[in-house]
Write a protein that binds this ligand. Structure first.
Ligand code: AMP
Length: 116
């Protein structure tokens, strides 16, 4: 039922707009609506997977594709030279707010560590 869809599933289904920087058969990358860095892009699978913890052995190829896409998108955004951070928040203690697997790509400034 469409009411059960996450906001990211709605973006995948093109029900709501997003500033998309990459799309292929398996995944989508788009600018975060509330950027935490000068460049903040999310890479998500089109398959509905809640988070890293929900990945199974059947998702091995998808997980590999997502990681390769993260690197490719970061390169496309000009982040390779300066470096960047990749974050996958998982569950409530991880700070996950959208229950659809996503990798944050954060860059364009030096980022502090550790996170809060
Ligand atoms: P997380 O807290 O790790 O679950 O990250 C969810 C991210 O999704 C946050 O950084 C939000 O700013 C971002 N977000 C939520 N809704 C949208 C949207 N419609 N378009 C783009 N990014 C979004």
């Amino acid at each position: 039922m469409s009411d059960d869809k996450t906001i990211f599933k709605r973006i995948i289904d093109k029900e709501i707009p997003a500033d998309i920087v990459h799309e292929d058969d398996l995944c989508l990358a788009f600018h975060d609506v509330a950027p935490a860095a000068p460049i903040h892009v999310l890479v998500i699978p089109k398959k509905e997977v809640t988070n890293v913890a929900a990945l199974t052995d059947q998702d091995a190829a998808l997980a590999g594709h997502l990681m390769l896409t993260v690197g490719q998108v970061a390169r496309q955004l000009g982040l390779e030279e300066g470096g960047y951070r990749v974050v996958a928040n998982c569950g409530s203690d991880g700070g996950q707010t959208v229950d659809h697997l996503h990798f944050h790509i954060l860059g364009g400034r030096a980022l502090a560590w550790p996170p809060g």
